[in-house]
Design a protein around this ligand. Structure first.
Ligand code: BEZ
Ligand code: FE
Length: 276
């Protein structure tokens, strides 16, 4: 074996992998080394640029704790989260499409009766969202769980404003009735900015990008025997549909929010894919 050179760099590192390394881990590490060295050879960073990259990675790690995950935000804004999501949730035509979970889901949302209001702070005009949960062929799924959450009328999640918003504001867990139907009351969601007070915010500015997400309501829909669906709905006409900071928009998830003079209504039908 020759010593490390610019030319043999990938092989020099890959050849050090031990004989007993797990095959899947070997595949991942070989590919990571190949692409990383390929990237470095393509851009030929200066020592200053390389150190700037190290500082970004360090700052991103330091920003992470049990409440804030700057690494996931980096993955989201570079389109990696949506790519991993797409690879892992290939669905047949007709089944509802997945999108990113995002960092603001809270488990244990209040269990609510159909029609109940998830808006606990009294801000904003009412909006009723309804629909059905069916299988891919349109057969109703009774007893499906529909977990929804969104920002309030000022564009913030309850967990971003502890002590300001009531706990569990704009969250609810609904169960479909015998005909697979659900409906709940909320307020029309607003576009909002992802957190920009960390290194990912600085990176977006440096890349000439904004940090806005189009308005949306998050859903997790589950039923025994079906793949759990993690998705959002987006109001048609939102100014950020074409430039979502985390690339979460899909055509099939854009929904008409109909103005009904002081209130709004929207319909979102869900088709779940059978497991297997
Ligand atoms: C969200 O939808 O809440 C979200 C998703 C990805 C990054 C930040 C926020
Ligand atoms: Fe969100």
């Amino acid at each position: 074996m020759s010593y490390f050179t610019e030319e043999n760099s990938e092989a020099a590192v890959i050849n050090r992998l031990g004989d007993d390394v797990d095959p899947r881990f070997r595949q991942i590490m070989e590919s990571a080394v190949k692409h990383l060295h390929g990237f470095v050879k393509e851009v030929e960073p200066t020592m200053d640029e390389w150190f700037q990259a190290i500082q970004f990675l360090t700052a991103t790690g330091k920003m992470c704790d049990d409440k804030r995950q700057e690494w996931i935000l980096a993955s989201d804004t570079l389109g990696v989260s949506m790519l991993v999501d797409a690879i892992n949730h290939r669905r047949p035509d007709g089944a509802t499409e997945n999108t990113v979970l995002g960092p603001f889901h809270v488990s244990g949302a209040p269990v609510r009766a159909l029609g109940e209001n998830i808006c606990l702070d009294g801000k904003g005009a009412p909006c009723v969202v309804s629909g059905t949960v069916t299988d891919e062929n349109g057969a109703p799924i009774a007893g499906a769980k529909v977990d929804v959450w969104q920002t309030n009328d000022e564009g913030f999640y309850d967990v971003q404003q502890p002590g300001v918003q009531p706990d569990m504001n704009m969250r609810g867990l609904f169960t479909t009735d015998e005909s697979g139907h659900y409906h709940y009351t909320t307020v029309k969601p607003l576009p909002y900015s992802i957190p920009t007070d960390g290194p990912v915010g600085e990176l977006l500015v440096a890349m000439g990008r904004h940090a806005m997400r189009p308005a949306h309501i998050h859903y997790i829909v589950s039923a025994p025997g079906y793949e759990t669906l993690v998705t959002h709905i987006f109001p048609k006409g939102d100014p950020y549909l074409d430039s979502d900071a985390v690339f979460g928009v899909k055509e099939s998830l854009i929904v008409d929010f109909v103005d009904e003079g002081g209130s709004t209504s929207a319909r979102f039908d869900v088709k779940l894919k059978k497991v297997g």
